[in-house]
Every structure is written in structure tokens, then in C-alpha cells.
Design a protein around this ligand. Sequence first.
Ligand code: IMP
Length: 200
Amino acid sequence: MTGNPGKVREAKHALRPLGFDVVQLQVEGVEISEPQADDLEDVARSKIKQAIPYLPSSDDALLVEDAGLFVDSLHGFPGVYSAYALKTIGFDGLLNLLKDSTQRTGAFHAVAALWLDGEIHVSRGICRGEIALQASGKDGFGFDPIFIPHPIQFNGSEHSTGGKTFADVDLTEKEKFSHRRKALDGLIQILNESKPASSS
Ligand code: IMP
């Protein structure tokens, strides 16, 4: 359940090979509210509970993913308020808040919550990095143009974007670092352990 077609695309890509058919849940005429909460997991759980009554079939699984950018020197702001902060002050506003700051570390956090067989399973993903001095790049969305991920271990060796932001690299490259991908991978592990008998 999301209004973001990019998230649906990524979930299809990750879950179809496991035999799950992924469709975007439309709950027309119903407002799914986003509670004010300090933790992404509380937001994701609340959305799942609100949406369960609208599932087309009681056999269906339901996936919700919530994410945000947590800046260390701003005590985690914008965090759970990332979508609102992007809409109001934008990433320029965030750069402005950090203009005198030499401590520019932060992290994207994602929580993926899955309703499956009467239970909510939760998985988290974190991507640490630096807030860039200025925006760069045309790819991606949200705060991608101001986020430079820290190097990671990938296939046994250190891998970095070489100082490029998430908006400077393509999606395949972003996925190697991505908080969202890590959260989905955690759920894939859960799904693998309860693989459906058929692929429909
Ligand atoms: P959502 O509620 O999970 O869609 O994410 C909330 C906000 O966090 C989005 O509006 C973006 O501003 C920001 N965000 C989450 N994930 C990312 C990402 O991968 N790149 C850039 N911004 C992101």
C-alpha cells in the first residue's frame, strides 16, 4: 500500500521471483491517516492495521514501507517528518539548517511491515552517509540530491559512490546502499521461510 509507483516497481522486482503477485492496494474514498509518532515502525503498523479491512481477499498479504532521513546534528530531524519537511522547507531548507555545521552525518532509515497469515512482520534497513554541502544530481527522489552514502562492503570489498549523491547514481547503484532494499531483503527472508504453494 503506497501512493508511490516507484515503491510498487521495486517491490515487484524483489518479490515476484518468490512467486508473489504484487499489486498496488487502492483504498479509494478512505483516508489512511499517518499518525504522529517518533518511530517509523509505529507509523507502518498503524497504516497496516487501518488497511487490513480493505484487502480484497483474506489470503492476501499487505506490505507497507515507511522511510525518512535522520540527521545526527539535528537530533534525528526530519526523521518521521521527512515527507512534510521536503514539502515545506525542501532540501534547500535542510542544507540551510546545516550551513554552519561541520558534523554532517545522518542516515536514511526504512521500515518494511508485512501483514501475512494474520501476523505483522517488520524489517528495518539503514543507510548511513553525509549530507552534501550542495545538491547534486538528477536521478532519484526526495532528499537523494543531498545524500552521499558512506562506503559499504559489497561482494567482499569496499564500495563507494566516490562522493556522489544518490541522485548522481542510477537505481542499480543506489540499491547496493539502499535502506529500502535492506528492509525488503529482511522481509524476503521471512517470505522465503513461508513460501506460497502456488505462484498466484
Ligand atoms: P515515505 O513516507 O516512505 O514515502 O518517505 C518519506 C520521505 O522520506 C520522502 O518524502 C522523502 O523525502 C524521504 N525519503 C525516503 N526514502 C528516501 C530515499 O530513498 N531517497 C530520498 N528521500 C527519501
